[in-house]
Ligand binder design. Structure first.
Ligand code: GLP
Length: 241
């Protein structure tokens, strides 16, 4: 794992932007694995700036999102589909035919998980997978205890995750209790992984990831087994490493 230490959230976003833009420009038909949450927001803002300065184009990019809440329609402002359109897709030249966010409102969720997995394979796999990390060490919505052999599936969210994400909802009762998430194996199959970590509330998880054992109890620890991982972390996130 390569660790890039930066000062703060802005510096992390800047560094991550340079990293992704370099890959998008270098790869002929880039396939990106994208993430939601507060962590990548600054990165998406900067990428849009680069797009507006003609320094990057998404014309040949395909993307697959990591996860989506079960039960939320695409036009629900709390859905991850909505987030992606709002924070990135609507502002760059990506074709919506080339993006796939799991459909959490699908009638047959199992079939939807299989379809997500199959679409990733059909695209030739993910070149660069962007990840954040939960304070409990989750990646995507793969909570502690998720088998490393998991592929895209419906998962139950931990109470701590529901509480952490309730900040985006009007009330905690509105936070879905389930999600579709790419599995650990799906994530590990990507060629390259970029993990962004910012803030003190992620410091324990990051310290365990960097120094602890590889265990399903800390899903992110599996990244130690991947050949090409870059971690960009700020000082607050590194405060207990
Ligand atoms: C969320 C998402 C993850 C994200 C993580 C951290 O629940 N499902 O994909 O990486 O938890 O979120 P944030 O970046 O908002 O701290």
């Amino acid at each position: 794992m390569e660790l890039i230490k930066v000062k703060d959230y802005d510096a992390m976003s800047e560094e991550a932007c340079a990293f992704l833009v370099e890959r998008i420009n270098r790869l002929e038909n880039p396939v990106l694995g994208l993430a939601t949450g507060s962590t990548p927001e600054g990165l998406y803002k900067r990428i849009i700036e680069k797009y507006n300065q003609n320094e990057v184009s998404f014309k040949n990019v395909k993307s697959f999102n990591l996860d989506e809440y079960v039960g939320l329609e695409k036009d629900n402002p709390n859905s991850y589909y909505y987030f992606m359109k709002d924070k990135l897709f609507d502002h760059v030249d990506i074709s919506l035919n080339n993006v796939r966010v799991p459909n959490g409102a699908a009638a047959d969720l199992k079939a939807e998980c299989e379809a997500h997995e199959a679409a990733i394979k059909a695209a030739g796999g993910v070149d660069v997978q962007l990840l954040g990390i939960g304070a409990n060490g989750h990646i995507g919505f793969n909570e502690p205890g998720t088998p490393f052999t998991s592929t895209t599936q419906v998962v139950d969210l931990e109470q701590s995750t529901i509480e952490a994400n309730s900040r985006f909802f009007d009330s905690i009762e509105e936070v879905p209790t389930q999600a579709i998430s790419m599995g650990i194996e799906t994530i590990m199959n990507s060629n390259e992984i970029l993990l962004l970590v910012s803030g003190e509330n992620k410091a324990d998880a990051l310290a365990k990831l960097m120094n602890g054992e590889v265990t399903e109890e800390l899903p992110a620890s599996v990244l130690q087994n991947h050949a090409k991982v870059t971690v960009i972390a700020d000082e607050a996130a590194l405060s207990v490493v």
